[in-house]
Design a protein around this ligand. Sequence first.
Ligand code: G3H
Length: 443
Amino acid sequence: MQACTQEEVNKVMESAKSAQKLWAKTPLWKRAELLHKAAAILKDHKNPIADCLVKEIAKAAKDAATEVVRSGDLVSYCAEEGVRVLGEGKFLVSDSFPGNERTKYCLTSKIPLGIVLAIPPFNYPVNLSVSKIAPALIAGNSLVLKPPTQGAVSALHMIHCFHLAGFPKGVISCVTGKGSEIGDFLTMHPGVNCISFTGGDTGIAISKKAGMIPLQMELGGKDACIILEDADLDLASSSIVKGGFSYSGQRCTAVKVVLVMNSIADSLVKKINEKLGKLTVGPPENDCDITPVVTESSANFIEGLVMDAKNKGATFCQEYKREDNLIWPLLIDNVKPDMRIAWEEPFGPVLPVIRISSVEEGIHHCNASNFGLQGCIFTKDINKAILISDAMETGTVQINSAPARGPDHFPFQGLKDSGIGSQGVTNSINMMTKIKSTVINLP
Ligand code: G3H
């Protein structure tokens, strides 16, 4: 794969800048029409793109196909939402503010920012690209994508679908290369007017270096799952297994720590273990539940967390097993706050369980984290659930289900080190625009 030089990046930026001027003047309904076309082409290309995802990022074949379909749906939804959100402005009159006569009329509309730089992560190279591309384009911006190294071929194939749909040259471009080589050059490029990033703590470095431009950042989480005594343990255990182990735990919204009340901990752990025993482990082509994690360094990092917990006396519910990048699902019980896995994000198929003696202890652990993406609570007492949700310092709390970003029109945001801004279709469209006012001054 080509690694772009800085000169090539400059050329892409120039072309994106001149294309954006015309694109912004293209009627909104036409922009929406092209997005609908791209969505349909993307879905038509489901199989080859899913094959790329399987090979590049070891996503199970069925999940890879789902990612492509979800992406097509997101693009269409964005086109529909865009015509509504961007199709109306505001009209204000001056005399509602003290001291003013009715002599000024203010008309507002939403205008594009210019060039949006999108930087998605390896775990959803297609879906977390289109969640940035579609809102940027419908709003009249041009878009430059820097795909992840693992997932770049899938992303290029997806971009090709937009080109096939007939987007004018320069409106959507892709810059490949190593983040370590062109990352700073791109994110600090004077042509960039907005950055939408999903990934790890590189995002914190980007936000410190980026200029005075809007940023949308989603930087991971340590999503806590609090299980109360009255919880439906069948529901909780199946949600924990799905939430913690789908795509081998490589999701920012994966359940990353279970905080369970002492009195039900044994039963819950037993139920989780029964379900873990049924997960298939192997290659993504065979649609296995657990597939190899994305890189060797990722596998080594996960192993470091596992060994730290072992050395500090945690209980392993399964034997720790690894072959190259393939790590077998592992539940680690009796985790204590001095263990790294109580706080750090493994991004792999290993899940710590912390036994708690009060709800307050669970909330305290959740809030002591640097992260604040999502959390979840399992209980039959909705009033209690809402009070706990209010107390949890996370962007979203799920009641009786595992954390998840979707449906993709829901707001999605992290507190603390989990991010800046809010995503979801409508929020992203708004974030990628500015308000423009025109004031008519009457005599
Ligand atoms: O990895 C981060 C993604 O935003 C999570 O999305 O909840 O749909 O898996 P998901």
